[in-house]
Design a protein around this ligand. Structure first.
Ligand code: UT7
Length: 335
């Protein structure tokens, strides 16, 4: 959907993020799994991930609250100016109340409506697209979008093909109305294909485990993944979503100053970068340090870039994600 250049636009007022202190390295995983640092680095590009200390009660809610608090501090905004909080997550400790409500209470954003959004790893990009649309429509003026996942809380650490990938993180952005209609999200795409749900799912009940996945033991409440299928889907989807987005917006890849891809696997990101012919410094990577943090991934990348002064006014930034569902999303911004 291309945004009409009338009325007003939007801008990212500021960003924040949160990562737990505890580091889980490949060497740590070698101690508990039949795996090796070399295998993990070659197949995924990951060296370390961050994981919450569950014994202290830390988890998705604390990460979401910390990221929003950090974004509020970084922008200096009065929290009462925020009129909606969207928290993308697939690892809520509680489905009621939402993590967004908990974050609202933490920062004192008492004029904000609040809800959670479930689109797995695509959740943050779904969230910023919805925020941009609502602000352009005039329904809201200032929206906080959080992506937060404590993936370590849904990991089966005896399952080596899944647990090596994931880590915990949250990113938040505060998006507000801008008088320039050309500013903000200039093209967005949301997509889903529910037929692929069995590739990535988190069963709470035995009865929900699909026939195709009954051969190996299942730990209820933990993420199951058909890595090979997701990999094939991701490589194809990333490229086609990026190409469609640029075509529809009539923007050349040369005009994109930063491509922020969901940090799923370095090989998937590198495959898109090489096919698009982009230099390394225009495709952000932090998966080596933090692993795949699902809904937290793109928000954390955006904040790291922003804090490093690499999100400059007027430049074009493209965010692209795919994830369980299957879902995908792109968001092209003039920041
Ligand atoms: O946010 C979205 C979520 N998910 C993704 O983006 C995941 C996409 N998929 C992937 O990243 C990759 O499929 C994985 C990293 C999960 C797996 O890499 P792969 O190159 O697709 O490996 P594979 O599943 O084809 O397995 C190759 C071999 C197998 O052994 P055999 O059958 O060839 O003897 C696996 O048993 O590697 C073995 N293997 C491992 N060996 C050491 C699988 N996991 C491990 C491991 N350590 N951790």
């Amino acid at each position: 959907m291309t945004m009409p250049p009338e009325g007003h636009g939007t801008r990212i007022l500021g960003t924040g993020s949160a990562t737990p202190e505890k580091v889980l390295s490949n060497q740590d995983l070698e101690q508990i799994l039949d795996t090796s640092d070399e295998w993990i680095r070659q197949r995924t590009g990951i060296r370390t991930r961050r994981v919450v200390d569950q014994s202290t009660g830390a988890g998705t809610i604390s990460l979401a609250c910390d990221a929003l608090e950090n974004a509020v501090a970084n922008t200096g905004i009065d929290p009462l100016e925020i009129d909606l909080i969207i928290c993308a997550t697939c690892t809520q400790e509680m489905t009621c109340p939402s993590a967004a409500c908990r974050a609202q209470a933490r920062v004192g954003a008492f004029n904000a409506a609040a809800f959670d959004l479930a689109a797995a790893c695509s959740g943050y990009v779904y969230g910023i697209n919805i925020a941009d649309t609502l602000i352009r429509q005039g329904r809201h003026k200032t929206i906080a979008v959080i992506g937060a996942d404590a993936m370590s809380t849904v990991m089966d650490y005896s399952e080596r093909s899944v647990s090596i990938l994931f880590g915990d993180a949250a990113g938040a952005a505060i998006i507000t109305r801008d008088e320039n209609p050309e500013r903000g999200c200039i093209y967005q795409n949301l997509g889903a294909d529910g037929r692929g749900w069995e590739c990535l799912y988190m069963p709470r009940r035995e009865i929900d485990v699909p026939e195709s996945d009954k051969e190996t033991p299942i730990r209820l409440g933990c993420l199951r993944m058909n890595g090979r299928e997701v990999f094939k889907f991701a490589v194809k989807k990333f490229l086609s979503v990026i190409e469609t987005t640029l075509q529809e917006a009539n923007i050349s890849i040369d005009d994109v100053s930063q491509l922020i891809c969901h940090q799923s696997n370095l090989r998937i990101i590198e495959s898109a970068r090489e096919r698009l012919g982009l230099e390394k410094d225009r495709v952000y990577v932090n998966i080596d340090r933090v692993g795949n943090s699902s809904s937290g991934s793109i928000g954390l990348c955006l904040d790291e870039l922003n804090q490093a002064g690499r999100i400059r006014e007027g430049e074009i930034v493209l965010m692209v994600a795919f994830g369980g569902g299957m879902t995908w999303a792109s968001s092209l911004w003039r920041v």
